[in-house]
Design a protein around this ligand. Structure first.
Ligand code: B4P
Length: 187
């Protein structure tokens, strides 16, 4: 099963994705986590990615697609993958469709977490206070929200045409949202 979780920054993609992947018994892949690990390790990928991430911009598609190609070719991905934070552009979605087709697979569900903008900002500022992530400052958050509206939201129409979009209200308690998400991907 190939499941994507789409949503604005702070919508709960990472939070919900980890729990849902465990429930479905498939690996969770977060491009954000992979990039942050590369930044921490100081690899060439991390050095390139950091500048984009700190400014709230997307890392170039070619870089991200190199990561995804490796993941989909690995045996652990053979039964499926839950991806959170990927794809983020129509070009990424088209590329992953082609890669899955090469493996005789397709995207089964795209869960879209809907959260009010004021709540998104509150959550990210809350995380900034707790974890000190370098992209969780007000300027970068506003830029990330703009990038989401401009580049990632058009993906909802792209996946709607494939009939795989599942809209999930993402406000409220983590467990309640997870219950909605499980129902959405079981349908
Ligand atoms: P991501 O790591 O995907 O980060 P994010 O959009 O901020 O969401 P995240 O998953 O971390 O947060 P969540 O909503 O779970 O991306 C970071 C950067 O990496 C991007 O800006 C970009 O530069 C780059 N990048 C990543 N993927 C890319 C791609 N495919 N292409 C190009 N660039 C890419 O949680 C946020 C906070 O809310 C947490 O503190 C959490 O505890 C809290 N929270 C969650 N659910 C809650 C709830 N129900 N109630 C209250 N708080 C909640």
């Amino acid at each position: 099963m190939y499941v994507m979780i789409l949503g604005a920054p702070g919508s709960g993609k990472g939070t919900q994705g980890k729990i849902l992947a465990g429930h479905l018994g498939i690996p969770q892949v977060s491009t954000g986590d992979l990039l942050r690990a590369a930044v921490k390790a100081g690899t060439p990928l991390g050095v390139e990615a950091k500048g984009y991430m700190d400014q709230g911009l997307l890392v170039p598609d070619a870089v991200i697609l190199g990561l995804i190609r490796e993941i989909l070719a690995s045996p652990t991905a053979a039964k499926g993958v839950l991806m959170d934070g990927f794809p983020r552009t129509v070009a990424q979605a088209e590329a992953v469709d082609r890669l899955l087709k090469d493996h005789q697979q397709r995207v089964d569900h795209v869960a879209v977490l809907d959260v009010d903008e004021a709540e998104l900002v509150q959550r990210l500022l809350g995380r900034a206070a707790k974890e000190g992530r370098s992209d969780d400052n007000l300027q970068s958050i506003q830029q990330r929200l703009k990038v989401y509206h401009d580049q990632t939201q058009p993906l909802i129409a792209y996946y709607d045409r494939q009939g795989v979009v599942r809209r999930v209200p993402g406000m409220g308690d983590v467990d309640a949202i997870q219950t909605r998400l499980r129902k959405a991907v079981a349908a």
